[in-house]
Ligand binder design. Structure first.
Ligand code: FES
Ligand SMILES: [Fe+2]
Length: 373
């Protein structure tokens, strides 16, 4: 790849990847017997949970298949949603139509063949995940939804007891800018400064090994950067040489980081989710077994991460001003190489979906990158 790889040519129309699980909402925002509205990949959704003891979550397209009234405006009795326009009733989990009040006895419309769009939905690590399938043929209505081909992603955990915490922030930019911002190593000293954390003077040369993994890449197990957040905390618990970290990026939007230090571990799964073509949301969910004995541990870590996420959010808000008028952009080596791999992976996925065949991974083997940060 040339050094000055024009960014725009890689983001044709900010395409979004269908056929994957996405985080829809924090689980505590969806109460039993109630409905919540959200959007993923420009698809309006109504998410809820049944009123029975399991309170299993469901997700439907937030548009009635009759005349498009948002189903979130309807009545939900804990099992069925009644559309507020003509009273059609749908099973909340399958989307199957169960009643059309206007029909008289002689009218034999097969209502059980009518479906509101429904999506596979699973709850994992404090979030409700929704599987957004590849779009069907244009103009076709909904039928019974197919199950997702794989289970929703989960944070790896290494002990029975652990604590979970999450942070979420809306970013006013396309998912591509959200993701490359997330894995950009060079902005740290400029964006994430704080007197109690690090200064621009702490900038130093780094060298990291990367390797291809299915649909993604891995920053190979290494001793973490001396200015990474969980590392600073882990140092309180373990001998610095015993600390190792692995960071993976996997399509469509998953960044996972695992840090282990003897019996202690910290594990996070960060996602950048396309809401529309020009808006995304970052959700950081972390699990760890570090703080069982320190009452303020999780709050402290959450405070540090909240600062980071807010600094990133603010940066992307300002960046979106600059992007409004479609400037020419570039990706440089080596600091922007992970961003190039991201676009390479995404293009390979789009290509495979379009033309079938093998997934053409942009990396052929391990690579060492160097940068200062
Ligand atoms: S629009 Fe929903 S019942 Fe008519
Ligand atoms: Fe950042």
């Amino acid at each position: 790849m040339p050094d000055d790889f024009p960014l725009q040519s890689q983001t044709p129309d900010a395409l979004m990847l269908f056929g994957f699980w996405y985080r829809a909402l924090p689980a505590n925002q969806v109460r039993r017997g109630q409905l919540a509205k959200t959007m993923l990949l420009e698809q309006p959704l109504v998410v809820g949970r049944g009123r029975d003891q399991h309170g299993q979550a469901f997700a439907l397209r937030d548009a009635c298949p009759h005349r498009g009234m948002p189903l979130s405006c309807g009545q939900f009795d804990g099992q069925q949603i009644e559309c507020s326009y003509h009273g059609w009733k749908f099973d909340a989990h399958s989307g199957q139509c169960q009643l059309i009040p206007s029909l008289v006895a002689e009218q034999t419309l097969k209502i059980d063949r009518i479906y509101a769009g429904s999506y596979p939905c699973e709850e994992r690590d404090d979030f409700i995940w929704v599987f957004i399938p590849d779009p069907g043929p244009a103009g076709a209505g909904f039928s019974k939804s197919a199950p997702a081909p794989v289970p929703a992603p989960e944070i790896p955990k290494f002990s029975e007891r652990y604590k979970l915490a999450y942070l979420t922030a809306d970013l006013p930019c396309s998912v591509d800018h959200g993701i490359i911002g997330l894995m950009d190593p060079a902005h740290g000293p400029f964006v994430h400064q704080a007197w109690w954390w690090r200064s621009q003077k702490s900038i130093h040369e780094k060298q990291k090994n990367f390797e291809p993994i299915p649909y993604g890449f891995r920053m190979s197990a290494h001793t973490p950067s001396s200015n990474s957040a969980p590392y600073k905390l882990l140092r309180l618990y373990a001998d610095t040489d015993s600390i190792t970290t692995t960071i993976d990026f996997v399509l469509p939007n998953l960044r996972s980081e695992i840090i282990r230090a003897g019996k202690y571990w910290f594990s996070s799964l960060t996602t950048v989710t396309p809401i529309t073509r020009s808006q995304c949301r970052i959700d950081v969910v972390a699990a760890c077994n570090l703080f069982r004995w320190i009452p303020f541990g999780p709050e402290l870590l959450k405070f540090v991460f909240a600062k980071f996420v807010e600094q990133d959010r603010r940066t992307m808000e300002l960046q979106s001003e600059g992007l409004k008028h479609n400037p020419h952009l570039m990706l440089i080596d080596d600091a922007d190489r992970p961003a190039k791999w991201y676009f390479g992976l995404k293009n390979a996925m789009l290509e495979m979906k379009k033309n079938g065949g093998e997934f053409r991974h942009p990396m052929t083997g391990p690579v060492t990158l160097q940068w200062r940060s």
